[in-house]
Design a protein around this ligand. Sequence first.
Ligand code: WTA
Length: 654
Amino acid sequence: MSPAAQTETKLYPPAADVVSRAHVNAEQYSEMYAASISDPVAFWAEQGKRVDWIKPFTQVKDVNYNFGEVSINWYADGTLNVTANCIDRHLATRGDQTAIIWEPDSPTEAAKHITYKELHGSVCRMANILESLGVRKGDRVVIYLPMIPEAAYAMLACARIGAIHSIVFAGFSPDALAARVNGCDAKVVITADEAPRGGRKTPLKSNADAALLHCKDSVKCLVVKRTGGQTTWIADRDYDYNEMALEASDYCKPAEMGAEDPLFILYTSGSTGQPKGVVHTTGGYLVYAAMTHQITFDYHDGDIYWCTADVGWVTGHSYIVYGPLANGATTLMFEGVPTYPDAGRFWEVCAKHKVNQFYTAPTAIRALMGQGTSFVEKHDLSDLRLLGTVGEPINPEAWNWYNEVVGKGRCPIVDTWWQTETGGHLMTPLPGAHATKPGSAMKPFFGILPVVLDPQSGVEIEGNGVEGVLCIKDSWPGQMRTVWGDHERFQKTYFADYKGYYFTGDGCRRDADGDYWITGRVDDVINVSGHRMGTAEVESALVAHAAVAEAAVVGYPHEIKGQGIYCYVTLMNDQEPSEELRKELVKWVRSEIGPIASPDVIQWAPGLPKTRSGKIMRRILRKIAENDFGSLGDTSTLADPSVVDDLIANRAGK
Ligand code: WTA
């Protein structure tokens, strides 16, 4: 049962000690929220002080949501440097405090504690290395690294000199990497020899080598040593980071950046076409990341905070690196996976480093829940004060397990709903302000005005106990500004369907109490283990195989992953379905996109249900994949209704 459909309304109010410690209690939330909506300019001018400006802003907000003229600006005339805020300003008061705790893949390898002072030196060195490779303000740098401290150094080194980073998750294939290097015309790719994960190693440098065959000859490759397992080396293209760092100066002046200069590009999947480069800028993004990090997680000085995401996703950008470091936090970076060497690893790391706030994805909770409680009970979790989830709806069973077994019923759970596009949390309960309900994102963050629209008419549905598509009225500082190189696509994707609103692509219910429940995507985006994927991407990978004539991909409910990838494949006339071909296609998609896109099910489809105008009826394919044949709806408009009977009769894994 989806969280939205369930009727559980049990409330979990925050305990008195949580409320008294919290930055924001219920009364303060109501007051601040009302103020943020009634006078956003005054509210965000005040919040803008979270950041140290080189030249203070005088303009706060300049936003136009009209389709055709969309433009979003925050603090536009202010100047700043992100690393001056994330590092330099902390040096006087907490130079010797740990900024980053790094926990390696293998528990037998030593963890590292990197102080703010050390972080400063490493970031400056990397910034100087990038400059020596010809990187200048505004240039793009692609980062393709494991979860090692150098990934954070690389991001911050770009920000130091005003270069724009684009991180490509280390699980992506050479083809995906090449597309992203070319997509933003990057000057340098930063990678490592190998990425250890779960006891296995991904040959990152070899992947980069393969990718760079499809990129301009001028692209340079900066290689970080992680395992020492490197083999090939191309002179005058490959550069040894560790060697250069020995020579590089540990001071680099922070570049003065405009608030609206791009900070990073991050590719994410949409309902059509290839992934798009979401652009975030400097000032507003940093204010929003810092504010949400502090308030949602109720972060206080001296706390140890751990977000288990990868820096390849937006969660890693905002809530491992930029938000926490802007707040002078100690942030934990974990290289491994939750189940290596066993299903107790998360809890072992929490106990070892005395973690206070722990933030992970429902898919990890579901996977660990299946392994029983003994893996949790072995470890001392008494330092935990708050738990968070992100990336997909959490089912009540997983929520209850998280609450009882991990949090021992005393840690508030913040179910944070947001998107790559939003830069930070848009809806979440605040630990000291709101009672929680398992599966509900509860309340909007400050300055966020969610609206529920009728999907057909686009009219706002007022009142409580209503359901529709979720849009946001008006802007907030952390919002994406454009799609890299394609402002038209930005406007079409987010501002065309429902005029005057930001369209999230999600459905939502506002319950009888006025609390929000995300019901999942209303477009052709699926969410597999918390990873966002466009069905169109998987389809285009499949049809690129010589044996495939046509393919349609949908999501279906999957116990651990949330959604699995279900592919209907029509073969070329001269091809016979076989188990070998099925395996071959799975392998093919993995190599085209990456292991995260592995099809879970491939069903041979002699024909696909299409309208007379040739449009594939995905609604029907979704129902068949869900094993829900009773509600296929009207199939009489199909060009050939018998196709459906065949698909039902042969549904894979019946
Ligand atoms: C989904 C991840 C329910 C949603 C930060 C959204 C969620 C998409 C939640 C964005 C949540 C994220 N509850 N659904 N707490 N958080 N989603 O861009 O469908 O990788 O649109 O950003 O994930 O995924 P993205």
